[in-house]
Design a protein around this ligand. Structure first.
Ligand code: IMP
Ligand code: MG
Length: 177
């Protein structure tokens, strides 16, 4: 199997492009069978850019909208501490949102995103993620659509990065021990 090097680390192929494509077809079938009306798909940047592009080509729900947001955290005033903000949201009230994530690990990022979306007075929020690390997950939000359950290995490729590198790789690789 192909071994690649990114910065100081070696990675081996873990989920090849054919398997990724099959995982996405399965998620798309489930979403297409869900009868969600006027869905607004929201891709979380940067990691989900390829997942969104490939998934959306397989979605056939009527009146589907697609948008992208980025979660940013900054230090607010001394009393408010760290403030989370979704950049790119505009008037989504009443929408049936489907959040598209590349990977859910501890679930901390997802919790922040859900909290911020709820403030926008949306009608419904569903979550789809390509990869899920169940042994690392610390929250109880239901994840509605999961491509593949994986162990706690660190993975890169297909949108996922190691220090911002590797997002363009067509396979998903895992850290080689
Ligand atoms: P969480 O908040 O712990 O669920 O982590 C979510 C974020 O951490 C993801 O959106 C990724 O950006 C990053 N992340 C978690 N696991 C991995 C991994 O194995 N490879 C690359 N990025 C990861
Ligand atoms: Mg990342």
């Amino acid at each position: 199997m192909e071994i690649i090097t990114i910065l100081d680390k070696k990675f081996e192929v873990f989920i090849d492009e054919n398997e990724i494509s099959n995982l996405i077809s399965t998620i798309a079938d489930e979403i297409n069978n869900s009868n969600i009306e006027n869905p607004l798909f929201i891709g979380i940047m940067n990691g989900s850019f390829l997942f969104c592009a490939d998934l959306m080509r397989k979605i056939n729900l009527k009146n589907s909208e697609v948008s992208f947001v980025k979660l940013s955290s900054y230090i607010g005033t001394k009393t408010s501490g760290i403030v989370n903000e979704l950049i790119g949201i505009n008037n989504i009230s009443g929408k049936n949102v489907i959040v598209l994530e590349d990977i859910v690990d501890t679930g901390i990022t997802l919790e922040k995103i859900i909290t911020l979306l709820k403030k926008e007075d949306v009608n419904d929020i569903k979550i789809a993620t390509l990869l899920f690390k169940p042994d690392s997950y610390k929250k109880d939000f239901k994840i509605d659509y999961i491509g593949k359950y994986i162990g706690n290995d660190f993975v890169v490729g297909y949108g996922l990065d190691y220090n911002e590198l590797g997002r363009n790789l067509k396979h998903i690789y895992k850290l080689k021990n």
